[in-house]
Ligand binder design. Sequence first.
Ligand code: MF3
Ligand code: CO
Length: 260
Amino acid sequence: MIYLKTPEQIDAMRPACDLISRCLGEIAAEIKPGVTTRRLDTIAREYILDNGGKPACLGYEGFPATLCIEVNETVVHGFPSAYCLREGDIVGIDNVVEKDGWMADMCYTFPVGEVSDEVMDLLRTTKESLYVGIEAARAGHRLGDVGSAVQQYCEARGYSMVREMCGHGIGRDMHEDPEVPNYGRRGTGPVMRNGMVFCIEPMVNMGTRNIVIERDGWTCRTRDRKPSAHFEHTIAILNGETEILTTFDYVRQVMGDRFF
Ligand code: MF3
Ligand code: CO
């Protein structure tokens, strides 16, 4: 069941979206070789709490942290740890924040120091595919148009799409209907309508699309241990237009000319 939001309810989601976007900027400022992923988690948790929000992943179905940390071959749902980021790593920061009873969800995959051109191309392509998906997310069109656009963009460039995990509706809950797959066929799936708020989040692998879940029950990595990238925005269909509610502007401010 898809909960359509009124324009007022969508406005009520903006503070959560603003907070999570600023929080990502705070984290971006700390990403460099030598920092532990646990430190990033602490920064995020404190920033969210200091600004009247709640870390929504913490305790969600037993998830033990504020952030999902995605180093190199980790696709999603990795735990923060004592691991020190190293030059040449990539790290996805996936976060969900609750504010005023509404959820916001976003993810960005950062290069740590200098990364290879090959890996940089994976990051760039995955991020571009998110915007290709958003471009296809139009009132009156279908969700299959989004998945198809994202999939074609990435596969044409030699990458593969993770299929086991999808984007999702969002609102009072972190995960609402509909599912938003990163693959599919045009003209299929639910019609996008005014009042729909959902997350598009391509998870894109350099090698094969296959994944495995580690024995901790959460950490999802590529089976071939090649790198995977992940970007996510929360978007709304409002008055016939598509609006991106989260923003990478604060990440851009921190990264300067390293922003891609
Ligand atoms: N941010 C993830 C998503 O995009 C969800 C995190 S799973 C959790 O759906 F259990 F950690 F919350
Ligand atoms: Co999400």
